[in-house]
Design a protein around this ligand. Structure first.
Ligand SMILES: C/C=C/C(=O)SCCNC(=O)CCNC(=O)[C@H](O)C(C)(C)COP(=O)(O)OP(=O)(O)OC[C@H]1O[C@@H](n2cnc3c(N)ncnc32)[C@H](O)[C@@H]1OP(=O)(O)O
Length: 256
């Protein structure tokens, strides 16, 4: 079953996540996304990618229901590492990826958006890292990328409370480039992608190669530590309680 679509027009590849109800980032959808990136890599005509979600949300994060199928520390750590690697591939991609966010970008959904190069959001969208409410921590490089955009103090607040901010607040905080009404956001993002795609391909490739050189050289180390910590918390009683509570639609009762 297909979890996303990709259409290429006028040098722009438009990828739409299509995994109702929440565009949760299951192993399957992440594999499909990787395959679409392979196709773009083999199509020299593409100069920009527009990434959005179908339905109510951009993406509500990793597939919490799939979490219950994981067994043991190696599985937990591997889930985190694989997501980190895919998102790192996006961040290092040779053409810009523009995320158009409506509804919600939560957990892995926000981590995916943060790996993109430019983010437009609907003013009323919810953006956050709510993993703490599940008794776990962000695992797709959220602890490493969020402080880059919003500074350490705001990142601590968002990660430790799990409370999302709106698209409008995200624009003020530097987490997204701009916010628009929910009706306008996809059109505006599409217009931006089209404007970039009119530029010269080789110049785009140089920019995409140069800007990542400004990133923290310890980013890889931070990711490895995050995956370790994700594996550690995932195996604990509080994580089992948090995940089960989400599935049963109740408040978690953390013991530790
Ligand atoms: C390494 C990465 C780790 C992670 O990313 S962990 C996951 C982090 N994300 C979250 O914790 C977000 C969880 N979801 C929510 O908070 C809420 O949902 C929303 C705010 C997105 C929407 O709330 P509302 O409008 O009240 O709808 P609803 O009934 O809660 O959700 C609609 C359906 O979507 C499913 N769903 C939502 N998020 C996920 C998810 N992340 N994984 C799997 N399913 C999800 C629900 O269960 C439900 O489904 P049904 O209609 O069958 O009851």
């Amino acid at each position: 079953m297909s979890t996303l679509t990709m259409e290429i027009h006028n040098h722009v590849a438009e990828i739409t996540l299509q995994s109702p109800p929440a565009n949760a980032l299951s192993t399957h959808i992440l594999q499909d996304l990787s395959k679409e990136l392979d196709k773009v890599e083999n199509d020299a005509s593409v100069k920009a990618i527009l990434l959005k979600g179908e339905g109510r949300f951009f993406s509500a994060g990793a597939d919490i229901k799939e979490f219950t199928t994981l067994q043991g520390a190696d599985d937990y750590k591997s889930l985190s590492s694989k997501g980190q690697q895919l998102f790192q591939r996006i961040e290092n991609f040779h053409v810009p990826v523009i995320a158009s966010i409506h509804g919600a970008a939560l957990g892995g959904g926000l981590e995916l958006a943060m790996a993109c190069h430019i983010r437009y959001a609907a003013e009323d969208a919810k953006l956050g890292l709510p993993e703490i409410n599940l008794g776990i921590i962000p695992g797709f490089a959220g602890t490493q990328r969020l402080p880059r955009y919003v500074g350490a103090a705001k990142a601590y607040e968002m990660i430790l409370t799990g409370v999302p901010i709106t698209g409008q607040e995200a624009a003020a905080a530097g987490l997204v480039n701009k916010s628009f009404s929910a009706e306008e956001v996809h059109e505006e993002a599409s217009r931006l992608a089209a404007a970039i795609a009119e530029k010269s391909g080789p110049t785009i490739h140089h920019v995409m190669n140069l800007v990542p050189m400004t990133h923290n050289p310890q980013f890889g180390e931070g990711n490895r530590a995050e995956a370790e910590a994700f594996g550690d918390v995932f195996g604990k009683e509080d994580a089992k309680e948090g995940i089960q509570a989400f599935i049963e639609k109740r408040k978690p009762d953390f013991k530790h």
